[in-house]
Design a protein around this ligand. Structure first.
Ligand code: DAH
Length: 383
């Protein structure tokens, strides 16, 4: 704002000549002095609160401009209208100076507060990591999906099992040496978890040592008289008192299947396992069956597949043999088919079971089972 223009304005009305000329001249001089004083004071103010005080000093009823009004009484009547104009011009001019200064200062204050509250929009936002299924879960889901395409239904069963379902019904009574391979966590009978002994079969609860414990329950759920064929898979946690190392964990997962039909055969079992292996490890995969022993199947076999890393040539993963053991299987014992409510002269069964961690380690070429349990985000985010 040009203060020069204002300065000129105050002196714009020219004083009429006359006897009162001297007094009028004094009033004009005083007006110019006040005008100059107002310019100086307003320019010196740097914040809005101080500006109010300056305004009071200049323009309030007891201010400098109002003080000038009192001088009018000392003037001749003829000089008074001109004096009034001089004072009005001064008042308007100071008012305009004040408004201009106020606008400048409040614009600066707004600017400063905007700067203080500024958000740096070039700063990268906080990254939220989307969750994803754990590799064990992914492997379980993949197995369930492969077997559902082969006609198998899926159900989950309980982790805390009866000794009957986990062992006895699977033809492993107390004295059976095969129980030694399953170092079992028993649930304390003192905690009220003991089963009634009156049926001779129920003893303690335990944490299932294998998902094979689902067999009788799957058959019983199949309904009534044991006439409906069954093809079912399950998966879940299993527990054994194993020392943890690169290959063992006290808590691990199994995937298990059972078929009870009128024409179940060893040939069908072999075919199903070959199809599943090809889908898991690739179409070039082959399998071989080695005779083995499990209390709940006869005959029993262990199944190897061609090493997915070297396709059978021999490498570190397969210890140069070209083969990797992936599961156990066999024809379900007729005693178990009968226990499940089926007529074993009409129905036959086969079953297979595998370690989910072992499959996951083969699919992704992992060499230590513990990586799957450590919840290391850097490791897990690769899957
Ligand atoms: N339950 C066995 C284990 O934990 C694995 C197994 C072998 C499951 C043969 C089966 C089977 O269903 O037929 O070592």
């Amino acid at each position: 704002m040009g203060t020069d223009a204002m300065t000129t304005d105050t002196t714009a009305p020219t004083a009429p000549a006359g006897p009162a000329g001297i007094d009028l001249g004094a009033l004009e001089a005083e007006a110019a002095r006040i005008r100059a004083e107002a310019e100086r004071q307003l320019a010196a103010v740097t914040d809005l609160s101080a500006l109010d005080a300056v305004r009071n000093e200049l323009l309030s009823k007891k201010g400098l401009v109002s003080g000038l009004v009192k001088m009018i009484g000392t003037l001749d009547a003829a000089a008074r209208p001109h004096a009034g104009k001089v004072i009005n011009t001064l008042r308007d001019g100071v008012e305009a100076l004040y408004t201009a200064r106020r606008d400048t200062l409040s614009a600066a204050a707004l600017d400063a507060s905007l700067k203080a509250a500024a958000v740096d929009i070039s700063m990268p936002g906080r990254r939220t990591l989307p969750g994803r299924p754990h590799p064990i879960r992914q492997t379980q889901a993949e197995l369930v999906s492969i077997f559902s395409r082969l006609g198998y239904t899926f159900r989950e069963y309980r982790d805390v099992e009866t000794e009957f379902h986990n062992f006895d019904s699977l033809q492993q009574p107390d004295w059976h040496p095969a129980r030694d391979m399953h170092d079992t966590y028993y649930v304390s009978p003192a905690a009220g978890a003991a089963y009634p002994l009156d049926q001779g079969q129920y003893k303690f609860n335990l944490l299932r040592t294998h998902t094979t414990a689902f067999e009788l329950q799957a058959m019983a759920a199949r309904g009534g008289q044991g006439t409906n064929p069954l093809r079912e898979v399950t998966t879940g946690r299993c527990y054994r008192r194993d020392a943890v190392d690169a290959r063992h964990s006290a808590v691990f997962h199994q995937f298990e299947g059972l078929a009870i039909t009128e024409d179940a055969s060893f040939a069908e079992l072999k075919w199903v396992l070959l199809q599943a292996s090809k889908q898991l490890f690739g179409p070039r995969t082959q399998i071989r069956l080695r005779p083995s022993y499990f209390p709940f199947t006869t005959p029993s076999a262990e199944v190897d597949c061609t090493c997915p890393s070297c396709h059978g040539k021999g490498c570190r993963t397969c210890s140069q043999t070209g083969w990797l053991e992936i599961l156990g299987c066999g024809m379900t014992r007729p005693e178990i088919v009968e226990l499940g409510g089926y007529d074993s002269t009409k129905f036959r069964g086969f079953a297979f079971g595998m370690g989910v961690e072992r499959i996951a380690m083969l699919v992704w070429d992992l060499d230590d089972i513990r990586m799957l349990y450590e919840n290391d985000v850097a490791f897990l985010s690769q899957f």
